[in-house]
Design a protein around this ligand. Sequence first.
Ligand code: ZN
Length: 364
Amino acid sequence: MKERDLKIYAPEGEPKMDDQVFFNPEMLENRDLSQIAAKTFFQKIDIENPNIADLLTGTGIRGLRYADLGDLYLNDANPNAVEATEKALKENSVEASVENKDANVFLSGKPGFFHFIDVDPYGPFTPFLDSTARAANYNSFVGLTATDNSAPTGSYPTVCERRYGSKPLKNGFMHETALRIYLKEVFRNLARYDKCFDPKFCYQFKHYTRVMGRVTESKKRTNKNLENIGYLSYCDSCGWRKLERVQECGHCGKDVEHAGPLWTGKIADSRFTEKMLENIPGEWEASKEILEKVHAESEIVTPFYDLHELASRHDVSVPKRDKVIEALDEKGYPVSRTHFGPTGIRTDAPLEDILEIIRSNKQN
Ligand SMILES: [Zn+2]
């Protein structure tokens, strides 16, 4: 098989979880964006031959995507995956260290060693967080994929409590709440080692969520970022939301529900995503589209609104997204599309103003 001109040895058909080599073609955009994020990070910080880890490498494709960026350390517990990876390395004339260990054992032997650690498991990333925190250099980058979205989006609140220590909320923006719960968990695990995590580029797509950010060793920075751990308040009567723990709805005054603890800061760094946009090839269309949307919404913190949900809740016809964006922009509010969904908008405007716009007929 080929991905972006790289040859790999992958089993055909649907990915399976037996001793076959694991390859998921659905993760193309994830690998594209991870490659561009890592490239952008290494452009910003000057490290000679950075050490790059792909701890669950499968066919080797994810690691191969980083071949131009530094020294590769690939690992998989499955001997068949190691064999496929070695064949792929040879085929693409790439040199790398390949190990056949349990992922945590692989990382534990290398404290503070890696400048980029890619954690791309099937399911949650939580079993790898502790060893990732230890193996991450004081100046490094980490990327983690989670495919267990059903728990932190609120379908399985008990699983979410157990796995992430947070209460989720199932509503129109549940995927953003999930992302913020994941972010909190990554931040907390690194903070235990006095390492600060700063989100650079995080998003949700298809069935997975990806968290990517910079790690620095700084008690001061970590303490500062602790201010970004908190709760979300949500009113199920009117759809009002705020990234702060309050008791009463700021719009209708009813009691609100809470989710958290979770990350209440930005989910991307616009200076970083701007550089990523310069680095991403134009022909990687689907990946570029995700990046453009995340970039556009990166400065707005309030969780996004799904216009279909908001319209049906307030018994008005569904407004055109672009018209609502235009009207809010005219009023001087920060507003953008959101990568979380085609019918969503992200804005810091008060709910009153959003409702006034969707209730008026002008935009329909
Ligand atoms: Zn309310």
